[in-house]
Design a protein around this ligand. Structure first.
Ligand code: SAH
Length: 380
């Protein structure tokens, strides 16, 4: 399908409630029709207008001409031995080259987490992340972001895998921790967050929608005004010298500035706490002195730490810290009063673990942030 054909009709998955109301008003319908449409799309998971029987036939026909509910196309699906599922999804081609992103479903007792992508690739160039190696192609549209959750719900419901845990048949938690930097695609991510939390949308509570960022401070400050989802921050190092190496955006927005924006977010949103992600790299950021520095930064704040054992990918120079080193790091932070957990590695047999998502990205970045710092090739 060409891009022109793909965009000819409005994909309703890209319209949060106010925009959908405006859209139906533009078709000469009352705004409450938007509520009915949302109920069909998000509650009943029906995307075919012909089936929306409480809408007038004339309206359904009009809709079919100008709108659609189009979910991403699945290129491949892989299932891990631990139940994790990974979908490679087609994203509309740019420059005639096929692009693909990945979404990962992680079932746990009582909950099903979908890890979604926000960009095709990533421009931030974190040295330990496989997505970064792919380069950056483009931002995903809101419909492509929302479509990942809509599709997963539909596929999971269809599978009905015998068990009694309904959470494993539906997405109960969404984390923007797949490919891309969500705050670099602010314009399209914000309406997606609204749909995840809208009670006529996916109806997830603010604690079940987590945006993870590498630390785009201006956008993070704006986020505090615009939404109230849970926040995770990829810290990965307790001082600027080290973080400059691991997360190059730090050269632009150093740790102090980032943490100030984090505490501001909590205040503004009356949030409970922020989770700081910290990848455990053998001999790089996992020493006792790093744990001490990290505790000094976070103690006394509403902060939690989530240690992520490094997940290797081809060509990486890093190794995962040994389990006892990770345990010691965790125990030290806990002893200082900083609640710290270790993320269980899921889906690594299908390269679905944190930092392993690669998709298919045709790199269009001319200047990578890591090498030149400026300009910021990503838009807000
Ligand atoms: N760009 C956002 C969203 C990605 S979230 C962000 O940086 O927060 C994915 C999380 O996995 C981030 O904390 C990221 O730093 C971490 N990660 C990346 N590569 C990893 C790897 N190889 N092993 C473990 N964690 C990794």
């Amino acid at each position: 399908m060409t891009e022109a054909a793909a965009t000819a009709k409005t994909n309703l998955l890209g319209l949060p409630r106010p925009e959908l109301e405006a859209f139906v008003a533009g078709l000469g319908e009352k705004p409450f029709r938007a509520r009915q449409l949302m109920t069909w799309i998000y509650k009943r998971r029906v995307g075919d207008f012909a089936q929306m029987t409480d809408l007038a036939k004339s309206f359904r026909e009009k809709l079919a001409q100008v709108a659609e509910v189009r979910e991403p196309e699945v290129i491949t699906e892989q299932a891990s031995s631990d139940g994790t599922r990974k979908w490679l999804l087609r994203a509309a081609a740019t420059d005639g080259r096929e692009q693909a992103i990945e979404a990962v479903f992680i079932p746990e007792p009582g909950r099903g987490t979908l890890c979604i992508s926000s960009q095709v690739g990533c421009a931030l160039d974190c040295s330990f992340c496989s997505t970064a190696q792919q380069g950056f192609n483009r931002n995903l549209g809101t419909a492509e972001i929302v479509g990942q959750v809509w599709l997963a719900n539909r596929l999971l419901a269809g599978d009905a895998p015998g068990g009694t845990d309904t959470a494993n048949r539906a997405v109960t938690n969404v984390v923007l921790m797949g490919m891309g930097e969500p705050l670099a695609n602010y314009r399209n991510v914000l309406p997606a967050l609204a749909l995840f939390m809208d009670d006529l949308g996916f109806d997830l509570s603010r604690r079940r929608v987590t945006l993870s960022t590498s630390g785009l401070v201006p956008q993070l400050r704006k986020l505090a005004e615009d939404t109230n989802c849970a926040l995770a921050v990829s810290l990965h190092a307790p001082n600027d010298a080290l973080r400059d190496q691991l997360v190059p955006i730090n050269r632009k927005h150093p740790i102090r500035e980032l943490l100030d924006a984090c505490w501001h977010y909590l205040d503004a949103q009356n949030g409970r706490s922020i989770t700081f992600e910290y990848v455990m790299l053998d001999g790089v950021n996992d020493r006792p002195e790093h744990a001490r520095e990290l505790a000094d930064l976070l103690v006394g704040h509403d902060a939690k730490v989530n240690l992520i054992p490094f997940n290797p990918f081809p060509g990486t120079k890093y190794r995962r810290s040994p389990a006892p080193v990770i345990a010691q790091f965790r125990d030290y932070l806990n002893s200082r009063g900083v609640t710290t957990t270790t993320r269980r590695t899921r889906g690594d047999d299908i390269d679905a673990a944190c930092g392993q998502l690669a998709g298919r990205v045709h790199d269009r970045t001319t200047i990578r942030l890591g090498s030149k710092l400026l300009p910021l090739t990503v838009q807000s």
